[in-house]
Each structure stands twice: as C-alpha cells, then as structure tokens.
Design a protein around this ligand. Sequence first.
Ligand code: ADP
Ligand code: MG
Length: 354
Amino acid sequence: SPLVNTKRIHKLSEAVVNRIAAGEIIQRPSNAIKELIENSLDARATSITITAKDGGLKLLHIQDNGHGIHKDDMPLVCERFATSKITQFDDLASVATYGFRGEALASISHVAHVTITTKTEDSPCAWKANYSDGIMVPGKTGATADPKPTAGNVGTQIMIEDLFFNVPIRKKALKSSTDEYNKILDVVNRYAIHNSAVSFTCKKAGTNSADFRSNPGTTRDAIRQVFGPAVAKELVEISQSNPGLDVELHALVSNANYNMKKMAFLLFINHRLVESTNIKRAVDNMYSTYLPKNAHAFCYVSLEMKPQNVDVNVHPTKKEVMFLNEDLVIEFICDTIREKLAEVDDSRTFTPAT
Ligand code: ADP
Ligand code: MG
C-alpha cells in the first residue's frame, strides 16, 4: 500500500554531520575571515595581514603577531569543541574573548584545506601542520601528519585553500569573487575601526599594494582611514554610561553637517561585531527628523553591558545577539545621541524649537 514506510531512520555519519554544521557557521569567505580575525585578536596580535585570492574562495590567508599556539596543542586546533578559552558552561557568562566554542577552525577544516604555521615566544622555531576534517593530516610532501619545524616569527599564519571544494552547491551560490572580496574588506574595515590600536592590512594575492592598510591611532583616525576625512571631521564623540541599565555607550556619530545616501551603521556589543535591525532603525529614524530627506548618518556605536545580560550564543555565526531590556537600551542610545548632537550643534538643528 502507499502508506508503507520504506524510509527507515539511520544516524548520519560524522563526516556528513560535520559538513552540515560547518556550512551553518561558515556561510561565505567573510564569515571565515571574521573568525580568523577574532582568533588573532584573542591572541593579542597588534598586526594582522589578510590576503585573498578569488574573493577568498581560492585562498584566504591571515598572518598575525599574536602569542601563537603551543606545538603540543597543534593536533587539537581544528578539533570540534576544543578551545583554550573556556572550561565550564558558566564561563560563558563572563567570556572576555571572541571565541569560546572551539568550532571555527574545525568547521573551516571540514569545508577547506587548512595549513597552520605558528610560533610561540618560547619555541626555537615555528611549526607547520596541515588539517582536514578536524584532524592533522600529512601535507602534500610530508609522510606523516606531525607538525614540521620551519622558520617563522612569533605569531600565527593560517592558510585556507579551496573553500567549499566539497560543497558544490555553496560554491555555485558564491559566484562573484568581487562581491566576496568586498565583504571581506568590509569585515576588516569594521574590525580596524573598533580595534584602532591594531594595524590591519588587506590585499589580493599576487599584488603588492594593499587595498586597505590602517595605522595604529584613535578610533577617529581609523574611521578617517576607512571612510575618508569628510566624515571624520564631522564626528561627535560620545561616552555615556547608564548605571540603571548597566550599559556603557561609546560612539562616534556624524553631526548635521554631514550625511550619506545609505546609513553606515557599525555596531559592536561587548566588542563583537553584530547587527541589530532594531537599533539601526531607531537611530536612523531619530536622525531623519534632522537630516534632509533620504539622507542618513554615519554611526559607530559600541555598547558594553554585563556579560550576564547578553546571550552571544543565539546565532551560529554569532552575528545576532540577544540582550536584556532592548527597548530601554535603544531609547538610551537615541536620547544620548540626540542630546550630544544638540550640545555641539551651532546651527541648532538638533535643538527642538520652543
Ligand atoms: P575558539 O576561538 O572558539 O576557541 P577556534 O576554532 O576559533 O575556537 O580556535 C581554536 C583554538 O585555536 C583557540 O582556542 C586558540 O587556542 C587556537 N588559535 C586559533 N587561532 C589562533 C591564533 N591566531 N593565535 C593563537 N591561537 C589561535
Ligand atoms: Mg575562534
């Protein structure tokens, strides 16, 4: 009969499970570069260089001068749920690093070929290892999977080749290497602004000239390097805390003398690059009363709140976060920006008519 169930339940193989999970965390090259930058920052790097070929699909390379990885830890680097950053679930409530799940490099190794070269301060040389599907594997020339000694400076280099080589449908969906490269550049730019003491370089493979290079300086300097002097000179700096909400706001936002066609909204919550349609829309609305029609502001907004009030673990790419008192926090942000703009506004645009 047509109702006979011929589809029996079976467990998926680990390889299939891992590749599916990897596709959720790493959706495109810019997700990978975000994870890699965060790892470099977690390793306290002050200089980070990113190189991409074919929008990162052929090659994504990142070099940092952070603390490196201990040689004995190298077998674990790409293993799922292996991390040096937390130990207990409760540690999540106070996590001060970007990473905590030990999933990024594991995921990447399931959908690309990974090579890591790293040196710690106390090691006489650098060590290099290749990874595939979570484990160390022999490289093209190596007979064993063991890390090989090599020359190198303190820090870590991670090379990701042929991203999505085993996920043809994903590869097909990411046709434009120009689009992908621009998304990478956008992530690098945003991190460069939020980490203005770190120098970032981003370039295409085979070219000597960088598409972006930041020199250590203030946040305003970094914004100037990314968005240009016209916006940088019209920025109002805001630092305001709200003890009731337990929120601290640091922001650099454009005044009434400046506007752009599309809103630039850079949002960090507890130093994580995130998106919040609700915050963005509210701030954009607040500005719309003061700016010409169809004109928008530039806003860099950094919020710090008690880690206990933010859940960073709601989205596979950690892009979206949930936090307590969203409506009140949004009101605080909009009110504070409006007040500060009124204070500095000589044209009195932001001062309500009385
Ligand atoms: P997580 O960041 O969540 O711990 P990852 O998969 O991103 O997981 O990284 C796994 C581990 O590899 C990290 O916990 C860290 O110990 C090490 N690691 C990764 N990248 C670097 C780096 N650039 N410098 C130093 N250590 C790194
Ligand atoms: Mg990480």
